[in-house]
Design a binder for this molecule. Sequence first.
Ligand code: FAD
Length: 495
Amino acid sequence: MTQPHLPRRIVIAGGGTAGWMTAAAIARTLGPVAQVTLIESDQIGTIGVGESTIPPLVAYNRILGIDEAAFMRATQATFKLGINFENWRVAGESYFHSFGGTGKDHWSAGFQHFWLHGRDQGMAHAYGDYCLELKAAEAGRFAHLPDDRTNYAYQLDSALYARFLRGMAESDGTVRVEGRIAHVELDSETGDIAALLLEGDRRIEGDLFIDCTGFRALLIEGALHAGYDDWTHWLPCDGAVAIQTASVRPPVPYTRAIAHEAGWQWRIPLQHRQGNGIVYCSAFMEPDAALERLLATIEGEALVRPNPIRFQTGARRRQWHRNCVAVGLSAGFLEPLESTSIHLIQRAVLRILRMLPAGPVSVRDIDEFNDQQMTDMVQIRDFLILHYKVTDRRDSPFWRHCAAMAVPDSLTHRLALFRETGRVFRKNEELFAENSWVQVMMGQGILPQSYHPVAAKLRPEELAHLLQSLRDQVARTVDAMPSHADYIARYCNAQ
Ligand code: FAD
């Protein structure tokens, strides 16, 4: 049997959110078994965006033993119950993609089937009325409920999150090296990475290298040429400008995604400020026009200069290649619409830990890792494309382009199945579960033509009672919750 022979010297290149999330998790999980070194350059800095997250981050922090209130104080975090999509189906309308479930599923058919039947009978209210998180978000309320019944995430300052994790990682033994990586040295025999050469003649050797250098992808692409799948033809936005402003009202427990004629804008309320940004497609909007639009629509005093960013949506073809794993923006970017990037970092880090080789790195481990990461990205990609493709907007060249564009077969099939039958299936531990797909597909304008016959099994009075009691229960629970701002103030300051 192979004796455990961990890659003891783990070198992380880059100290943005990805770098420190990786260092903190590895150092805490492996302890003295691994020697973690992180190299970052203050001169280069980080991307400076990334504020909205999704519920699995709660579990990630718990795995690392992080105290939630301390984390929220340190990162100025607020709670997030979902995203309000404004102007996406048509200008002037909005819908929620909230966390958690809606109504009550039957094992054979999701709640949407019962709701559709109730709608036909004239006894169903808005679909969202049966979702606790959605109604709490709309009401600006929040509370942790017993048995973890509230599904939530955070809106946070990711630079502060990285700083918080750095403290943890360093106290767990990670060594931080300040410096600029000038060259990646390859082993002339194996082609693996042997060492990183820093300006000033420093040389850092390692067994496993984790590329967290952001869009630069210095190791995985610059040195190892792992390749990149460009998805711009499906996710055409390629530019963004971010700016932070002073808060003008108490923070709401949700992120706003507001479509405009060539992309969308975000608003993310934190405790101490608001994050704002515009995402646009440069084929349909000039960068100057995007900036102008952003500045014209922000509320509150600007706290920093606008931060312009260009990107190419897509995925690194091999995210683990030789003795190097890409984590974060170096592994690809799907644009920030559903706040999935920090989540993809988390998935990659946990996978690295699950698949740490016990001997020399196995090609099978690498293939498995790459397959799982790519599956995640493809599934998220399809979910994002849905927001652009399924729309009644035809009021600008950008939206006409999106409505006409070809989409992946996997998405075409899903949309057709839902349209015809009301059915949607979660595949292979997919991130976005049935209720996410249902909310967004209906929000974007698909109303299924039929539904599962089991819904008609209930007599009209039984169905009416079911719908009414579910709705009442949601309303009662939300009414008993405090305001989001009050809850944060109490929760974060309770010692
Ligand atoms: P970076 O932050 O760019 O860090 C790269 C690191 O590498 C830095 O420390 C840098 O100094 C270092 N480095 C680079 N080159 C060298 C070198 N030669 N030598 C030494 N060090 C080097 N994600 C979400 O989950 N939610 C969001 O709401 C969200 N919004 C976003 C909005 C936009 C417009 C964009 C572009 C991204 C958004 N993201 C979001 C993604 C999120 O910002 C990133 O996933 C996250 O910040 C991780 O970035 P990173 O650590 O991979 O890269």
